[in-house]
Design a protein around this ligand. Structure first.
Ligand SMILES: [Zn+2]
Length: 79
Protein backbone atom coordinates (compact mmCIF):
# COMPACT_ATOMS: atom_id res chain seq x y z
CA UNK A 1 0.00 0.00 0.00
CA UNK A 2 1.22 3.49 -0.88
CA UNK A 3 1.03 6.08 1.89
CA UNK A 4 -1.60 8.68 0.89
CA UNK A 5 0.30 11.36 2.82
CA UNK A 6 3.85 11.04 1.40
CA UNK A 7 3.49 8.60 -1.51
CA UNK A 8 6.05 6.09 -0.25
CA UNK A 9 5.51 2.35 0.22
CA UNK A 10 4.05 1.41 3.62
CA UNK A 11 5.10 -1.56 5.77
CA UNK A 12 2.48 -4.28 6.23
CA UNK A 13 1.95 -5.66 9.72
CA UNK A 14 -0.80 -6.62 12.15
CA UNK A 15 -2.60 -5.24 15.16
CA UNK A 16 -3.63 -8.10 17.42
CA UNK A 17 -5.66 -8.63 20.55
CA UNK A 18 -7.09 -11.48 22.61
CA UNK A 19 -10.47 -9.74 22.06
CA UNK A 20 -12.52 -8.62 19.08
CA UNK A 21 -10.97 -5.65 17.29
CA UNK A 22 -13.48 -3.04 16.23
CA UNK A 23 -13.97 0.63 15.54
CA UNK A 24 -16.64 2.41 17.60
CA UNK A 25 -17.63 6.02 18.21
CA UNK A 26 -16.29 5.86 21.75
CA UNK A 27 -14.81 3.54 24.38
CA UNK A 28 -17.33 1.53 26.38
CA UNK A 29 -17.52 -0.93 29.26
CA UNK A 30 -19.10 -3.57 27.03
CA UNK A 31 -16.81 -3.28 24.06
CA UNK A 32 -18.22 -5.83 21.63
CA UNK A 33 -19.22 -4.15 18.37
CA UNK A 34 -22.59 -5.92 18.24
CA UNK A 35 -23.76 -3.72 21.12
CA UNK A 36 -22.91 -0.47 19.33
CA UNK A 37 -24.78 0.91 16.33
CA UNK A 38 -22.49 2.05 13.56
CA UNK A 39 -19.52 0.03 14.79
CA UNK A 40 -17.15 -1.73 12.39
CA UNK A 41 -15.68 -5.15 13.17
CA UNK A 42 -12.07 -5.30 11.97
CA UNK A 43 -11.35 -8.79 13.34
CA UNK A 44 -13.88 -11.16 14.83
CA UNK A 45 -13.09 -12.80 18.14
CA UNK A 46 -11.40 -16.18 17.67
CA UNK A 47 -10.71 -18.10 20.88
CA UNK A 48 -8.34 -20.46 19.04
CA UNK A 49 -6.46 -18.08 16.77
CA UNK A 50 -6.82 -14.74 18.54
CA UNK A 51 -7.94 -11.64 16.69
CA UNK A 52 -5.71 -9.70 14.34
CA UNK A 53 -6.19 -7.11 11.64
CA UNK A 54 -3.80 -6.29 8.83
CA UNK A 55 -2.51 -2.72 9.12
CA UNK A 56 -0.07 -0.66 7.08
CA UNK A 57 2.43 1.64 8.72
CA UNK A 58 4.30 4.71 7.47
CA UNK A 59 7.00 5.52 9.99
CA UNK A 60 7.87 8.78 8.23
CA UNK A 61 4.31 10.18 8.57
CA UNK A 62 3.60 8.18 11.75
CA UNK A 63 0.31 6.92 10.31
CA UNK A 64 -1.28 3.47 10.49
CA UNK A 65 -3.99 2.60 7.97
CA UNK A 66 -6.45 -0.30 8.10
CA UNK A 67 -8.21 -1.06 4.81
CA UNK A 68 -11.33 -2.91 5.98
CA UNK A 69 -12.97 -3.27 2.55
CA UNK A 70 -15.00 -6.51 2.38
CA UNK A 71 -13.58 -7.61 5.76
CA UNK A 72 -10.23 -8.49 4.15
CA UNK A 73 -8.28 -6.87 6.98
CA UNK A 74 -9.34 -9.69 9.36
CA UNK A 75 -6.37 -12.08 9.29
CA UNK A 76 -8.69 -14.96 10.26
CA UNK A 77 -10.88 -14.25 7.21
CA UNK A 78 -8.13 -13.93 4.60
CA UNK A 79 -8.58 -16.60 1.96
ZN1 LIG B 1 3.84 8.53 4.67
Amino acid sequence: MICPYCGEEMEQGVIQSPHEISWKYKKSLFGRAGFHKGSIVLSKLSMLKGSATIAHCCRKCQKIIIDYKDGNCDINQVK
